[in-house]
Design a protein around this ligand. Structure first.
Ligand code: ADP
Ligand code: ADP
Length: 221
């Protein structure tokens, strides 16, 4: 599903956030990306969902080379990826329904299809009763579950999450991890950056460890 070859990213001259990364992730895998702060986890994820451009190297997603695509093709590819952030990034002036519907509306889906799909995915995250609420009326854990619903509503090729539990207490962390596990059990490829070892211990899966931009370990339990 994901192939990365000799990937490099420098934000500034003579310092690299990501160095010579080569890795593959198969369809349906669940992969953690871990390592100390500044190791390059966020940068790697940003490169994968094309929010940053590599300095060098290749990224293929579902066999398509991101680094050879024009802006339009990249935009189309990005619509097929589900992304979740530490700080949720919901649109606070829009209702839960509107937030989750947004990626489908961009895809030009018909209104009844949008409604059905949004309701379905809200049910999946257990928040269908909050459909008319606004993000700031919800707890942090609920906001993150809405953000996960928004990422899943498009049936993404890959679900990419950057420290999704970083702002959550242990109970909410567990609930959010259950959602990622569930999505993965239904076949979604998941890439999850975290420095929380407890999470990895509770739900052991393949772990890629970065340090100073390099891949220093790739362990499958
Ligand atoms: P992590 O997610 O593991 O904490 P990051 O990918 O955020 O690591 O950062 C890797 C390195 O790249 C760090 O040294 C960080 O300071 C640097 N970096 C990240 N984003 C930028 C940016 N937009 N501009 C300049 N340097 C950046
Ligand atoms: P966002 O606000 O969604 O994070 P970005 O600033 O990351 O948007 O990207 C703005 C636009 O640039 C988008 O249309 C996106 O498709 C395009 N884009 C992002 N990354 C790349 C890239 N590596 N090469 C070309 N276009 C890109």
């Amino acid at each position: 599903m994901i192939q990365v070859y000799n990937l490099n990213k420098s934000y500034q001259k003579d310092s690299s956030a990501v160095r010579d990364l080569t890795l593959k992730v198969a369809k349906g895998e669940f992969v953690y990306i871990t390592g100390p702060s500044g190791a390059g986890k966020s940068t790697l994820l940003k490169l994968l969902f094309a929010a940053e451009k590599p300095s060098r190297g290749q990224i293929l997603i579902n066999g398509q080379n991101l680094t050879r695509m024009n802006g339009k093709k990249i935009a189309l590819m990005r619509r097929r990826l589900g992304v979740v952030f530490q700080d949720f990034k919901l649109i606070n002036s829009r209702s839960v329904f509107e937030n989750v519907a947004f990626p489908l509306e961009i895809q030009g889906k018909k209104r009844y299809e949008v409604s059905n799909k949004v309701y379905q995915v809200l049910k999946l995250v257990g928040l269908e009763h909050k459909i008319k609420r606004y993000p700031l009326e919800l707890s942090g854990g609920e906001q993150q579950r809405i953000a996960i619903a928004r990422a899943l509503v498009i049936d993404p090729l890959v679900l990419i999450a950057d420290e999704p539990t970083g702002n959550l207490d242990p109970d909410n962390t567990r609930e959010v991890m259950e959602l990622f596990k569930g999505a993965n059990a239904r076949g979604t490829t998941v890439l999850l950056a975290t420095h929380d070892r407890d999470i990895i211990r509770r739900f052991p899966r393949r772990v890629l460890t970065l340090d100073q931009g390099r891949l220093v370990r790739d362990l499958t339990p």
